[in-house]
Write a protein that binds this ligand. Structure first.
Ligand SMILES: CC(C)(COP(=O)(O)OP(=O)(O)OC[C@H]1O[C@@H](n2cnc3c(N)ncnc32)[C@H](O)[C@@H]1OP(=O)(O)O)[C@@H](O)C(=O)NCCC(=O)NCCS
Length: 234
């Protein structure tokens, strides 16, 4: 028998919202995690709309979560906040939750581009297997609400300094139109093939951005203030 029950969240899961919110908040503190904090009310709303997937053990312990966000009149959607409780990680649960939310997304929003921002290789690997491809930030939605979601991320100042064109996260997109085009031609997935290269690239990117960040923080403490995206002396 399967150890976990992975299902679309509903009203009957509302009592988990508080613990999921706290867990996401703690995980978001981890350097480079790239997770947006979410209130229990926000998570409850996702459950009520059936726009989330929850994993629990057979005994009812919460084990993992992920939710759908919609943008630009449902033309773009994101499978956000994928999280697995530490003790259950690296056993395939993250992948199963992501697959479930991906299937739910395709079923509910068949014409939408599904995209995501991720710092972790685990998520990039999972996305890649689902048919996502890495893209530049300019190919993502311009919807203000999406980028506003990044404000609670510890790396937000990096995104702001990079003028919303780059950050620690890698952007990946699943485009159903491209998928249809490639159906018969079955395009080879280069991401998984080049995983070692991506791993090095990600380490380099995190190193450079976080180093710039601490230099920037030092300047701020030394009396340089930010105004209208230009740095001016106090
Ligand atoms: C990211 C996270 C959800 C992965 O969950 P998980 O249950 O451990 O993932 P899985 O066991 O399904 O692993 C999926 C794949 O990623 C790989 N993987 C897992 N953790 C990894 C890590 N830390 N580094 C590199 N690869 C990793 C696995 O080996 C697996 O690859 P495979 O199919 O080739 O074997 C989990 O680590 C987590 O909750 N992290 C904190 C929150 C977070 O960072 N969320 C992502 C926000 S973008």
């Amino acid at each position: 028998m399967e150890k976990f029950i992975i299902q679309v969240a509903t009203d009957k899961h509302l009592h988990y919202a508080e613990i999921i919110s706290r867990y996401i908040e703690n995980a978001s503190m981890v350097k480079g995690a790239g997770l947006a904090k979410r209130t229990p009310e926000y998570i409850s709303e996702k459950m009520k709309q059936n726009n989330a997937v929850i994993a629990t053990t057979r005994e009812g312990q919460w084990a993992g979560f992920c939710y759908i966000e919609t943008f630009s009149n449902n033309l773009y959607i994101v499978n956000s906040g994928l999280i697995v409780v530490s003790e259950f990680r690296k056993s395939g649960l993250g992948k199963m939750i992501k697959k479930k939310i991906f299937d739910l997304s395709v079923e509910r929003y068949p014409n939408a581009k599904i995209f995501g921002l991720a710092t972790g290789l685990a998520v990039m690997k999972i996305n890649s297997e689902l048919g996502y491809n890495p893209v530049t930030y300019s190919e993502l939605t311009k919807d203000y609400q999406f980028w506003k979601g990044c404000e609670s991320c510890t790396n937000y100042d990096i995104l702001e300094r990079k003028q919303w064109e780059n950050c620690l996260c890698t952007a990946m997109i699943f485009d159903p139109a491209v998928k249809m085009k490639n159906k018969n031609g079955s395009k080879e997935n280069n991401f998984v093939k080049n995983i070692k290269l991506y791993e090095r690239w990600m380490r380099f990117k995190i190193y450079v951005f976080l180093q710039n960040k601490s230099e920037h923080d030092e300047s701020m403490n030394a009396g340089i203030n930010k105004k209208d995206n230009k740095y001016v002396k106090k």
